[in-house]
Design a protein around this ligand. Structure first.
Ligand SMILES: [Zn+2]
Length: 340
């Protein structure tokens, strides 16, 4: 079977691997149909010093496919069923797993496509408990954006920041996979959405998605623009994933008692924090990484109800690195999906 492996930093190779054996009792075998790209793929591609891993590594962290075969105890899933896969090899029995807080698993064996072999291959065996059925009417290309992009935003907005209808939210990088999903989810809840973009063309697209206010962060200081838009009050929630370049400004954009939730640091991982401002303004800061199985099910239900991901480009498996280059270049608006 074909598989796409990372053989060295920034070097991918399409190879022929032996197909997996028939699935074990509690496993299913999945024919992968679509892999969506995320910043975590870029970190892996560039080579991250802190990531313990062995090369070559099969890439791909977020995917959808069809059940090819089920083990004797995986009776709820049958051949042909369409599914998405949870990308973390959780243990399934620690306290966090039992309570449905899968992304806090105490014994996680790694993130697929990053620490351990991922989804960019034709067939894969997985425990059936890590698989979520795709509802009817949702394409596998769209569904492939559920396990990371959509579910991460679900977890950030609703489990962590507890966004409420009618609140005002600042969504950074409105053209990114996370940003486009957050704009749609916040608008569907009835929130006022302010978003930042790097060029006017993306600004028009973000408005078409439903953003109420768009700030070009290259020409305007976004924190000043936010104060102006909100009549000096600030926003209830900031969705952060840019990091060093924006974090201080994001805190300045919050109203008293506002919440900042972050899942990324694409512009750099360190910043300074004004502690006086933090406690006097009673801000709350949430670190958010990944999602629970429930977040994935909720994301898929939203897709079935018509809240779809924005797909920037679809590329073939052999063009995975072209997709990564497009993601890295920031020309992208929405998600890049690799289909095969
Ligand atoms: Zn666990």
């Amino acid at each position: 079977m074909r598989a796409l492996t990372l053989v060295a930093d920034r070097r991918l190779a399409l190879v022929d691997l032996a197909p997996p054996p028939p699935p074990d009792a509690g496993e299913v075998q999945i024919r992968v149909r679509a892999v969506a790209l995320n910043h975590i793929d870029l970190w892996g591609f560039r080579g991250m010093a802190f990531a313990k891993r062995k090369l070559p590594l099969v890439v791909g962290a977020e995917a959808a496919g069809e059940i090819a075969a089920s083990g004797p105890e995986a009776t709820l899933l049958k051949a042909g069923d369409r599914v998405v896969m949870y990308g973390g090899l959780t243990c399934g029995h620690c306290k966090a797993c039992r309570e449905g807080r899968d992304n806090l698993c105490e014994n996680i064996a790694g993130i697929m496509g990053f620490h351990v072999d991922g989804f960019a291959r034709e067939l894969i065996n997985l425990p059936a408990r890590l698989v979520v059925p795709v509802p009817s009417g949702v394409s596998l290309t769209d569904a492939a954006c559920a396990p990371i992009a959509f579910a991460t935003v679900e977890h950030m907005l609703f489990d962590n920041a507890r966004l409420e209808p009618g609140e005002t939210i600042l969504v950074h990088a409105g053209g990114s996979g996370i940003g486009t999903a957050a704009i749609r989810m916040a608008k569907s809840l009835g929130c006022t959405v302010i978003t930042t973009v790097g060029d006017d063309e993306k600004g028009e697209k973000a408005k078409a998605l439903g953003a109420d206010h768009v700030i070009n962060y290259r020409t305007d200081r976004f924190e000043h623009a936010v104060r102006k838009i909100t009549g000096k009050k600030g926003v209830d929630v900031v969705l952060e994933h840019v990091g060093a370049d924006t974090f201080s400004g994001s805190l300045l954009s919050l109203k008293r008692g506002g919440r900042l939730v972050t899942c990324g640091a694409t512009s750099g991982p360190t910043t300074t924090l004004n502690l006086m401002q933090l406690f006097q303004q009673q801000h709350r800061i949430f670190g958010s990484f990944g999602a629970s199985m429930r977040n994935i099910r909720d994301a898929l239900a939203k897709m079935q109800a018509g809240l779809l991901p924005v797909i920037d480009t679809e590329v073939e498996l052999a063009d995975f690195d072209r997709g990564l280059e497009r993601l890295e270049s920031r020309r992208v608006f929405g998600k890049i999906v690799v289909t095969f």
